[in-house]
Design a protein around this ligand. Structure first.
Ligand SMILES: C[S@@+](CC[C@H](N)C(=O)[O-])C[C@H]1O[C@@H](n2cnc3c(N)ncnc32)[C@H](O)[C@@H]1O
Length: 493
């Protein structure tokens, strides 16, 4: 079983030990340590165990006890709030959706805020709500009606006529102090922003209409600068709430899906596949395009845990070993995932195989491993580009401790800096590949592919000082500034 998995993910079978130097990592031994390889082995064991059951019983870790009636557990990269009266954490109960009382989040802080919000809802029926009445919105009353029992402020773009009602009205002003129709974080008056921050809204409602939903990314960007909780009201009247880390995730997922729709026609009534869907945020976003069914796959044990819907089926599957028949999906896409996949080439080939002839593949990846922030430890080494190539894990940990950021890691993730750095740098989190390893030229000329777009993005030219260049002399300039790529094609009919 293991042997099959090793071959399938591209590990040469003649290598007998797992404590090996994997060729794709080239001469960057810093992230190759036996713990990483052990984790990868475990992941493969898990994936190939019959019925997807893990032979390793992953224990949920109790991180915070008795927080306003909840215990907070860590399980498979997420945090869960479980009412104290429930007897511990039970992932099967969560999977079977038999408990709506359990919440899931990316950090301990996300979960604590969610618990406090629930607490608040119980104590008072009213929240402080900001309603965005922006230029793309035709309707107003219908969208606003469900929120009117709250304490509502309407932020109106430009000179929009606002009918009298039980709410306060604030007009959007741009950086020149002028009334403006376009609500945009890059061009907002500092006074207005300060006022919105001071108001400390519990949530912001962003109503969306028509296909402008995908272009409307500026509305979430604007909102995230002063609020921690967003409710998107989708084209068909569905609601979805985003908190904490998801407020940031919705921005990049929406931006890439918007980019995808520049090339891919409407998907109404179609079968769609997402590779690397994580908790399901992007699958859920796509529902407003009314596909027939979305299949989300991920190696995470708790795949799809945040965004469940009967029209989405989630499967714990490796993208390079898709258990689907040839020609199954009208569109296969992947966002911010291939840089985590051990075998990205096989993953693209698999996406191509399961797409119908004439169907589309959209693949976006980045930040790639050798780029300035390819370590993915966002917020912790922002002033130290390429830290993962310039310092050893022990030096990175030391730096986190000396700057005090290890305390932040402890309160956000409930982890020691050591555990955090080793898990982020492990081979089952980031793949250590160079841009050439993705073989984009091969796909661009592939006989079974009609290429639509193949673009590269770059980052870090301005950060690459002479001294850093000397430090990283063995790595090509191209690798150091290759942030990511987009590959879009149609499978030849
Ligand atoms: C940065 S997350 C992006 C998730 C999602 N696209 C989003 O943007 O919210 C990368 C995801 O890729 C998944 N992943 C890593 N290796 C994978 C593989 N070989 N096959 C499928 N998913 C994988 C991880 O579990 C993780 O959920």
């Amino acid at each position: 079983m293991i042997e099959t998995a090793r071959k399938a993910i591209g590990i040469p079978s003649e290598l007998s030990s797992w404590d090996i130097s994997i060729p794709a990592f080239g001469n960057n031994p810093r992230i190759l340590h036996s713990e990483s390889v052990r984790n990868l082995k475990q992941t493969i064991d898990d994936l190939h165990h019959p019925e997807g059951k893990s032979p390793r019983l992953v224990e949920a870790e109790l991180k915070v006890q008795a927080f306003y009636g909840y215990n907070i557990y860590y399980y498979d990269s997420r945090y869960f709030a479980v009412p104290q009266e429930q007897n511990g954490f039970d992932i099967d109960r969560f999977r079977s959706q038999s408990t709506s009382q359990m919440s899931v989040g990316h950090t301990i802080q996300d979960i604590q805020e969610e618990i406090l919000r629930k607490q608040q809802d119980v104590q008072s029926a009213t929240s402080r709500v900001l309603f965005l009445y922006h230029a793309e919105l035709d309707g107003f009353r219908d969208y606003l009606a469900p929120f009117l029992h709250h304490n509502v402020t309407v932020l109106a773009g430009g000179n929009r006529e606002i009918p009298a009602g039980p709410y306060n009205v604030v007009h959007y002003t741009d950086s020149n102090g002028r009334l403006s129709d376009t609500i945009d974080i890059k061009n907002v008056s500092p006074e207005l922003l300060r006022r919105l921050r001071d108001e400390n809204f519990d949530l912001v409602v962003i109503p969306h209409e028509r296909r402008s939903f995908w272009q409307g990314i500026h509305l979430e960007q604007f909102t995230s600068s002063f609020a921690k909780c967003i409710i998107n009201v989708f084209l068909n009247g569905r609601f979805r709430m985003y908190r904490g880390e998801d407020v940031h995730r919705i921005q990049y997922n929406k931006a890439y899906l918007n980019s995808m729709f520049r090339y891919v026609p409407a998907i109404r009534g179609q079968n769609i596949l997402e590779v690397g869907c994580s908790d399901g945020l992007a699958c859920d976003l796509l529902l407003c395009e009314e596909p027939r069914q979305i299949t989300g796959v991920d190696v995470m044990g708790i795949v799809g845990c945040g965004y469940r819907d009967p029209r989405i089926r989630y499967e714990r599957v490796d993208g390079s070993l898709l258990p689907f028949k040839d020609n199954s999906f009208h569109l296969s896409y992947s966002i911010a995932t291939l840089e985590h996949c051990f075998d990205p080439v096989k993953t693209i080939e698999e996406m191509h195989r399961v797409t119908i002839p004439g169907g589309y593949c959209y693949i976006q990846a980045g930040p790639l491993y050798f780029s300035p922030f390819g370590h993915h430890m966002f917020g912790y080494f922002d002033d130290f580009p390429w830290v993962h190539l310039r310092l050893s894990p022990a030096e990175m940990i030391e730096r986190l401790k000396s700057t005090g950021l290890s305390n932040n890691i402890q309160s956000v993730f409930g982890k020691e800096a050591e555990t955090y750095v080793h898990s982020m740098m492990s081979i089952d989190h980031i793949n250590g590949r160079r841009i050439a390893d993705y073989k984009l030229e091969y796909f661009e000329k592939h006989p079974g592919i009609d290429l639509i777009a193949s673009t590269r993005s770059y980052e870090g030219e301005d950060l690459l000082t002479d001294s850093i260049r000397r430090e990283l002399g063995s790595i090509s300039r191209k690798d150091l500034v290759s942030h990511g790529f987009e590959l879009v094609f149609k499978k030849k009919a």
